[in-house]
Design a binder for this molecule. Sequence first.
Ligand SMILES: [Ca+2]
Ligand SMILES: [Ca+2]
Ligand SMILES: [Ca+2]
Ligand SMILES: [Ca+2]
Length: 248
Amino acid sequence: GAESGRAADPDVGSNSLQGYELEDNQYFALEVKQSEEGSKFAELVLRHALDREREQSLRLVLTALDGGDPPRSGTAQLLINVTDANDNAPVFAQERYRVSLRENVPPGSVVLHISATDGDEGSNARITYGFGEMPAKVLQKFAVNAENGTVTLREALDFEDTRSYTVLVEARDGGGLVAHCKVQLEVLDVNDNAPEVTLTSVSSPVPEDAPPGTVVALLKVRDRDSGENGRVRCELSGEAPVQIVASS
Ligand SMILES: [Ca+2]
Ligand SMILES: [Ca+2]
Ligand SMILES: [Ca+2]
Ligand SMILES: [Ca+2]
């Protein structure tokens, strides 16, 4: 039993304490027992699980009745405080986040704000943010603020090196329950590479009777960016009896 109530009635026989009644409620039932000396006492027995997150306290009226005619009764107010147990893990506002960042965003920039809530109270609801298990290469690129869940960039990004990251963030409450979320980060290309021209083969000198169409040099042109940023157009400056033909 959780609590017990005792009532005293100085009368004897049927005018003495006959029983107890408990106000109707969904959690507790009353079990009336008799002590060795013959006095009756009531035990409050829990029938259904409590939930502090639904009801923090309960107020119940306990009535003691005697057997007189008319019966006399006494009441007691029971106040039951429900203390918190860590029965809720943190919950992220989103299970998955998607972010796009231009590759030239400076280190120290905020990538995104992540937040989780916890239904408990006190330390059972205090959330600490951190990263989950990830490759060192990802861990060194980003930082997460343990208190507010803000993810920031630690090192410069490079679209030409890595085009996307999966960042795993954890929220842990003071009681040790953990929740996870995933941040899908896409790196956006910036035109940060100039075209590179390499001469791969030259036939020199060129005989004066070489027929038109003779290949005199092979040029390799490349630009490490993508899309429009990587499209290259070649042109010759000055006057020369040669032209550039795209090979593939
Ligand atoms: Ca909790
Ligand atoms: Ca709780
Ligand atoms: Ca470029
Ligand atoms: Ca680029």
